[in-house]
Design a protein around this ligand. Structure first.
Ligand SMILES: *Cc1c(COP(=O)(O)O)cnc(C)c1O
Length: 408
């Protein structure tokens, strides 16, 4: 009996790097695959030299895109009604990319007074240091915005509604005002999330002309992820030339996102609309409940009649994010309201929103706005996915702190 000697075993050092096995093609599953790379391998030098990082017909380097990030970009573009999307490591990085790509020394950017705070800080520090001016405008007055525009105004930011104070602006008229002087319009679309309204189709005229923003920046950290466990941002456009300006800066800045983070957002997208609708229902129920409470001076929620800009919300939107702010009566001092916040059990104390866990943050309006419209302490609520009755019960028990003798 003769036994064939095994062929000499290849060096495992090499074999485990250059293994010949290729899994069969045709694998299909509900979620797209996760491709991870810094290096992308070219078949030959001609292919390497022919590759253009700007073209999404192929792959150049991990930073410039993988099947995973290209897939997420396409889905975010679809969500927002855009054509081109760039991914960045946070929502704030989406604001920064837009500013850096579109502004140069001598230019000016106009930012609403109630915009997301860190974006205002970026203008105050880095943009100022680079010779880029900025001014804040009153987002409730499109005529005032029109009067502020100069030939140096290259970019106008719009946020709907404003952060924390939730004023809903007349978005179409703000866009028209900026356009009339040739400025580009960038919307922070985090609240709308591509669900509440269509940023690239705010109005469709009878002539077929469509009014929309030029750029939509979105903190995918919020509803698209929905998990409270990933940071990411996107910048979406419809204009190929504008996209290329943004993409060039994106490339030179070395902005990219990790495959596992992209996967986390891809996993959140199929349930985005359901989660948004659920947060909207619960948010309105809670906002209405708060508006009946005697401790409260005002509830700020765009879908609530009497909330600033409610009529503009009604014209543009069908839905709302699960986000609202409560302004307490002036008779409650900030430490009392802090004690209320600390007494909440289901609502956790933390920044960001749109995850499964309901969150609160107390804000000091006087330090945030040039002319605060309210004097009482403000608490911003983000409604998660808990049962709304439990959230009302939690709010009720925590309010007992305000009535307690040592708290009044
Ligand atoms: C959270 C948020 C951002 C920033 O997103 P990050 O991913 O946390 O950097 C920007 N704009 C708005 C309106 C936000 O709520």
């Amino acid at each position: 009996m003769t036994e064939r000697a095994p062929e000499s075993k290849p060096s495992i050092d090499t074999a485990l790097v250059h293994h010949p096995y290729r899994p069969p093609a045709g694998f299909a599953a509900p979620q797209p695959g996760v491709f991870k790379a810094s290096t992308v391998i070219f078949p030959n030098t001609a292919a390497m030299r022919a590759r253009d990082w700007k073209s999404k017909a192929g792959y150049t380097y991990g930073l410039h895109g993988t099947p995973t990030t290209f897939t997420l970009e396409e889905r975010i573009a679809t969500l927002e009604g855009g054509l081109h999307t760039l991914l960045v490591p946070s929502g704030l990085a989406a604001i920064a990319l837009t500013d850096m790509a579109l502004l140069a020394a001598g230019d000016e950017v106009l930012i609403p007074d109630n915009a997301y705070g860190p974006g205002k800080e970026l203008a105050r520090h880095e943009l100022a240091a680079w010779g880029i001016g900025h001014r804040h405008y009153d987002p409730t007055d499109a005529n005032a915005l029109a009067a502020m525009l100069t030939p140096a105004t290259k970019l106008v930011w719009v946020e709907a509604p404003g952060s924390v104070t939730m004023e809903f602006p007349d978005v179409p008229n703000l866009v028209r005002a900026a356009r009339s002087k040739g400025a580009l319009v960038a919307l922070d679309n985090t609240w709308g999330a591509g669900v509440a309204f269509d940023p690239f189709r705010l109005e469709a005229g009878t002539t077929g002309a469509v009014l929309g923003v030029d750029i939509s920046a979105h903190a995918l950290t919020k509803y698209p992820s929905g998990g409270g466990d990933v940071l990411m941002g996107s910048v979406t456009t419809r204009d190929p030339a504008l996209h290329l300006r943004l993409a060039a800066t994106h490339m030179r800045m070395g902005s990219g996102v990790a495959a596992n983070d992209a996967e986390a957002v891809l996993r959140g997208l199929p349930t985005l609309a359901l989660r948004y609708a659920a947060a909207d229902r619960a948010g309105r129920t809670l906002a209405q409940w708060w508006s009946q409470r005697p401790e409260v001076a005002q509830v700020l929620h765009p879908a609530l009649p009497g909330s600033p800009g409610h009529a503009h919300w009604q014209r543009l939107c069908t839905q709302s994010a699960g986000l609202f702010s409560v302004v307490f009566h002036e008779r409650y001092r900030a430490p009392q309201v802090d004690a209320f916040v600390d007494a909440l059990k289901l609502f956790k104390l933390g920044f960001s929103w749109a995850g499964p866990v309901s969150l609160v943050v107390p804000y000091d309006l006087a330090s945030m706005r040039k002319r605060p419209a309210w004097r009482g302490a403000l608490v911003r609520f983000s409604v998660g996915l808990e049962a709304v009755d439990d959230l009302i019960a939690d709010s009720t028990q925590a309010l007992a702190v305000l009535a307690a003798p040592n708290g009044s």
